[in-house]
Unconditional design. Sequence first.
Length: 280
Amino acid sequence: MVKKYVEPPGNGAEIPLLGGDVTEGLVRVGDTVRRPPVDNSPLVIAVLDHLEAVGFAGAPRFLGVDDADRLVLSYLDGEVAGRPRPDWIADQDRLQSVARLLRSFDDAMIDFGLPDITGEINPDPPGIPPPRSYPATFIGHRDVTPENVVFRDGRAVGLIDFDLARPSTRMQEVQGALVYWAPIADPADRDRLLQDVDVFARARTFVDAYGLDDHDRADLVEDLRYGTERSWHLMRDRAERLGGGWARMWDDGIGDQIRRRGSWLEEHGERLTAALVEGR
C-alpha cells in the first residue's frame, strides 16, 4: 500500500515546472514537487525509499501520493541546465561534479539489487537489436541529462526524474551521461555553448572523475554504438506508443540526430577510445 500524503495547512498554490522533453503536469507546491504516475512509478518509489534509507542526499524523498494520485516528492533547491543552456554548461569543474554525483548514486544502489518489481518495465519493440550480454548489476538512473541534475554553488548535488530508472551497468550509466555532457553528438546537433569544446578531453575528464575501470573504458565506444542503434528504435517506439513529448521529439528530428550520432561514432570512435584509455 502506497502511503498517502497529508497536505499541511497553507501549502500554497501549484506552480508549473518545466519537465524536460516528455514529462507533463509537473508542478511545485510549497516545498514539494508533484509528478503524475507512470508505469515505472512502483520502482521509482522503491528506489527513492532505498536512497533515503542509506542516507544518499542527492535525490528527492518520496513523501506519498496526493489526492490527485500524483507522486509527492521533496523539492531539491538549486539550478538545472534547462534550455536555453546556461553559460556554465561547458564548465569543467561542473562536469567532474556530475560524474562524481553519478558514481555516488550508483554506489548507493548496489545493495538495492535487482528486485522483481522491475518486471518488464520497457519491453523491447520489434526489430530492435537485442541487449548486449553484459548482465545488469544494479538499478541505474539512465537519464542524466542537463535538465535532471541539480546544481548548488557550482557543483552537482542532486539527481531528479527517475522515470527511466532500470537495470543497468556502470558502463551504461556513463555512456548515457556522456551523450549529453561530453557531448557525444554530431557537431550540428550540439548546443552552441558546446560547439567548440574538446569532446575527447571532456569524455576523459568524466570517466576519470567517475572512476570507470579499464575494461569498461576500452569497451565504452562499442557500447555507445550499440546503445545508439537501440536508442533509435526505442525512441520511435515511444513516439508511436506513448505520443506526447515522445512524439514531439520524434517529429522534431530526434531520430535523425541519433543517426548522426552513430555516424560520428563510426568516424571518431577509435580516437575517443584512445582518449579514454591512454596512459592507463
